[in-house]
Design a protein around this ligand. Structure first.
Ligand code: SF4
Length: 384
């Protein structure tokens, strides 16, 4: 029998406000939908998940936008799915990460927090629709630590209009003063459907964005943070075990409005319609992952990691040596300098990671299709 997924993602779609860059599945919080949503969510989890998992992740939306009662109810319900050695993460926004929410999380076994801080500049935070100041974020991180949360991630976004390298430097300096073990950093992407997209907001020029990214990597390395994934930095080996499930292309359960999952060789997406979800019509689309897609996903995920993947793992999954299959192609298309094959691994070099989208696109094209008979659809392979 196939192994069951070892990870569970639970989506809480409610938000108290809308951030201008956001294109996630979300709804304005409305008390009257909380109970029906949690009823349906629990039913979905019961119907899909039949085993204990070692990583559990509440994302959103904003899980902490729930009332204390709803929050405690769903955390208590989910806790029963945890195996003995686990990572239990909850995403939180500063403005609703209250002391009572922290106490509920402690009681329910949450051992990792991921807090959306985004910037140290209060004017910018206001402009992008965040409802907190950096000083409030500092206070909440200290409060969380005083309650015994030692595994904390904070998010940072860079690449806003008129942002200078010095602004980024200040963000990083202040972030590391918080003395937390994990930082996730994303460049601003103006996604279709976001407020910024409708405002025709311009993304940072590529050369500028690259300069910022290089600065981030070198600054954080200097301060003891290891880049283990293209956008994720950790100290003391506090990697996100849950997210590593995705980056290792392993299967996981996904429950909640708009969530996606990967179970028994099938990737599925849940409906984004609340009325449908409340009726129990959870899944809106499915994709059976064939061998070609499996390799595509394997490369798209594993090569995001600083350490890439083991050659032996690739061979075990696909029955051929990676280098045997790709070396000539990589050489012919001048991609050699972006790859490192040492230590029995395949990984992208620093420069390769910066150009990751381009390289993966090219690699997949070379690997999976016959060039002569295929019109390439670029958009298929672009990943964030
Ligand atoms: S970024 Fe997070 S808090 Fe802001 S609207 Fe999107 S889901 Fe809600």
């Amino acid at each position: 029998m196939a192994n069951k997924p070892n990870s569970l993602y639970i989506h809480i779609p409610f938000c108290e406000h809308v951030c201008s860059y956001c294109d996630f599945t979300k709804l304005f919080y409305n008390q009257k939908y909380e109970k029906p949503y949690l009823d349906s969510l629990e039913n979905e989890i019961k119907s899909k998940v039949s085993n204990k998992v070692s990583t559990l992740y509440f994302g959103g939306g904003t899980p902490t936008a729930l009332s204390d009662k709803g929050f405690e109810r769903i955390l208590t319900f989910a806790e029963q799915y945890l195996s003995s050695s686990y990572e239990f993460t909850v995403e939180a926004n500063v403005e609703n990460l209250t002391e009572s929410k922290l106490d509920i999380m402690k009681k329910c076994g949450v051992n990792r927090l991921s807090i959306g801080v985004q910037s140290t500049c209060n004017t910018l935070l206001k402009e992008i629709g965040r409802h907190h100041t950096f000083e409030e974020a500092q206070k909440i991180v200290f409060l969380a630590k005083s309650k015994g949360f030692s595994n904390i991630n904070i998010d940072l976004i860079y690449g806003f209009k008129n942002e200078a390298l010095n602004d980024l430097k200040k963000d990083l300096e202040e972030f590391i003063k918080l003395d937390i073990d994990h930082i996730s950093i994303y460049s601003l992407i103006v996604e279709k459907g976001s407020i910024l997209y409708n405002q025709k907001y311009k993304e940072q020029e590529e050369s500028e964005s690259r300069k910022f990214y290089e600065f981030i990597v070198s600054f954080l390395r200097e301060h003891g943070y290891e880049r283990y994934e293209i956008s994720n930095f950790a100290r003391n080996h506090k990697y996100s075990r849950h997210n590593l499930t995705y980056w290792h292309n392993e299967e996981y359960y996904g429950c909640g409005l708009g969530a996606s999952g990967y179970v028994s060789g099938v990737r599925y997406e849940n409906t984004k319609s609340l009325p449908e979800y409340l009726k129990g019509n959870y899944i809106s689309s499915k994709e059976i992952v064939g061998e070609k897609e499996l390799e595509e996903y394997f490369l798209l995920t594993n090569l995001r990691l600083e350490n890439g993947f083991l050659k032996a793992d690739y061979k075990a999954q696909f029955g051929i040596d990676f280098e045997e299959k790709y070396n000539l192609k990589i050489y012919n298309f001048s991609l050699s300098k972006y790859f490192d094959f040492s230590n029995n691994r395949v990984r992208l070099t620093d420069e390769g990671l910066i150009l990751m989208d381009f390289i993966l696109l090219k690699l997949l094209w070379l690997a999976l299709y016959e060039c002569k008979c295929l019109t390439l659809s670029l958009s298929l392979f672009i990943i964030n």
